[in-house]
Design a binder for this molecule. Sequence first.
Ligand SMILES: Nc1nc2c(ncn2[C@@H]2O[C@H](COP(=O)(O)OP(=O)(O)OP(=O)(O)O)[C@@H](O)[C@H]2O)c(=O)[nH]1
Ligand SMILES: [Mg+2]
Length: 197
Amino acid sequence: MSSTRQPPAIIGVMGIHGSGKSTFSKLLSKDETILIGSDLESVTTRSRRSQCFQVGDRQVSLVDTFGIDGHRDGDEDRAIRQMTSVIKNAEKDGFKREGIIWIHKIDGASPRMIRPNTLRSLANVCGTRTYPPDLRKVVIVTTDSKALPEDVVSKEEARLRAEGFKELLDAGARMEHHNGTIEDGEKIVFRLLQQGQ
Ligand SMILES: Nc1nc2c(ncn2[C@@H]2O[C@H](COP(=O)(O)OP(=O)(O)OP(=O)(O)O)[C@@H](O)[C@H]2O)c(=O)[nH]1
Ligand SMILES: [Mg+2]
């Protein structure tokens, strides 16, 4: 099938508070209604989809979700549920679910509370096999707001691969670094769209 006939894509963007979900979503979609917070204040309180933007020959919308509070039990599951609801509504408008971008700011912290059923929920949001969970449509995007030296970033990514995100990566997720530019962000989305095609 020609990709020009493909339906618009809907992609969930998740991650802990202040990781840069809204920054990433706004950078790519240029949707002025997306509000960016500060290091001290959280501004995204509900999940919604961005205005569409073009990646290759595909229209794409991102679901900017509220941040996961790493200290509240079950928050990841709540964020996934809300994202799923937005994605289901988008599907009614002809969108196709194309995966999840999990934004992780490199600051020494690790994702918390990835529970056994989280992997299944993530696969479900991606529309991939849930038993065993196939997370090929999940990309963990590391960001670096402090412009850390390359070796520090690589070391931290290696730690995340071995610890915090191991279960996701073992289930097929990938990890990529975003250098903060639109072009690089579009490439990340483009590669995600190619997964599983
Ligand atoms: N320099 C730089 N700053 C960033 C980057 N990503 C996020 N920030 C900063 O981090 C803060 C939070 O960014 P948001 O995009 O609102 O984060 P969020 O994940 O949407 O936050 P919540 O919606 O509260 O969960 C803001 O001060 C941003 O300017 C980045 O890649 N580079
Ligand atoms: Mg936000």
